[in-house]
Design a protein around this ligand. Structure first.
Ligand code: CP
Length: 311
């Protein structure tokens, strides 16, 4: 009997447009269905080098509600690459659990884990990408707007891991992607080249600018994220200065379409990237985003661990 080839989710670009559509349908169905036993007896290691509220809790509850269980491994417990080499951690965990969800500083750490594991590895955030966030956000957009293709998402802020994954997810799904950042904080060229190919195939457009008002004009979604990501704390003061004209406030949000959604992956820094009180406005869907991580991660886990159970 042939052994099935394991599949990882390290980048949004590991998925096709059709696979993203299937994950959305699966997540919607699981959201309706609630707890079930599709992953009974399966286990997931949560291997985290950085703090997390949403990703950690949502993966934990996702496995629990699917009949499986999780083991949380904090940075202090593992000493990834210090107490033990990354390849050895991957090989050992592959003998105990069915899947690893890893949150790492360096993207290379998550790719090395995948290379040396015999089980699927999910990128639960690296310095390059946050694919689970972007896929969950597509679910939120789809629920709120009833479609993806033809919408325009404006990301105002840093070309960080969330922006990178959103760019890839949007262009694969036919969403126009507008991006406004100060010079020096743009999206990496290699990701842009990849996204341009997806945009050409899906019929979406990419608009890069340094003007946040140009980016949000005609936008259906205004999205921002922290200016200083985890691991960049030493740059916080410099970044606050560089991004001072890039705060999403009422005036900027009002320059988008009147029914525009406000999105943020959280945690938010009030009066930095978002003005105080904006996340409480009716246009804000930030807590739906947080909830949808649970439903999308369930869909992902089923896809990687028990694909015969996909709807
Ligand atoms: N949005 C997100 O990934 O949140 P956490 O860092 O709390 O997991």
């Amino acid at each position: 009997m042939s052994v099935p080839i394991k599949k990882d989710l390290l980048s949004v670009s590991d998925l096709t447009h059709e696979e993203i559509e299937s994950l959305l349908q699966q997540a919607l169905s699981l959201k309706q269905r609630g707890p079930c036993d599709l992953l009974s007896g399966k286990s997931l290691a949560l291997l985290f080098e950085k703090p997390s509220l949403r990703t950690k809790v949502s993966f934990d509850i996702a496995m629990h509600e699917l009949g499986g269980h999780t083991v949380y491994l904090s940075p202090a417990e593992i000493g990834l690459g210090q107490r033990e080499s990354i390849p050895d951690v991957a090989r050992v965990l592959s003998r105990y659990v069915d899947c690893i969800a890893a949150r790492t500083f360096s993207h290379e750490t998550v790719t090395t884990l995948a290379q040396h594991s015999t089980i699927p590895v999910i990128n639960a955030l690296s310095d390059l990408e946050h694919p689970c966030q972007a896929l969950s956000d597509l679910l939120t957009i789809y629920e709120k707007k009833g479609k993806l293709h033809g919408l325009t998402l404006a990301f105002v802020g840093d070309g960080n891991n969330v922006a990178n994954s959103l760019l890839l997810a949007a262009t694969l799904s036919g969403i126009n992607f507008h991006f406004a950042s100060p010079p020096g904080y743009k999206i990496k060229d290699s990701l842009l080249q990849q996204a341009k190919k997806s945009a050409a195939a899906s019929g979406s457009g990419i608009n890069l600018t340094s003007d946040p008002y140009e980016a949000v004009k005609e936008a259906d979604i205004v999205y921002t994220d922290v200016w200083t990501s985890m691991g960049q704390e030493a740059e916080a003061k410099k970044r606050r200065l560089a991004f001072s004209q890039y705060q999403v406030d009422n005036k900027l949000l009002d320059s988008a379409k009147s029914a525009a959604l406000f999105m943020h992956p959280l945690p938010a820094h009030n009066n930095e990237e978002v003005s105080a009180g904006l996340i409480d406005k009716a246009q804000s869907v930030v807590f739906d985003q947080a909830e949808n991580k649970l439903h999308m991660e369930k869909a992902l886990l089923i896809k990687l661990l028990s694909p015969s159970n996909l709807v």
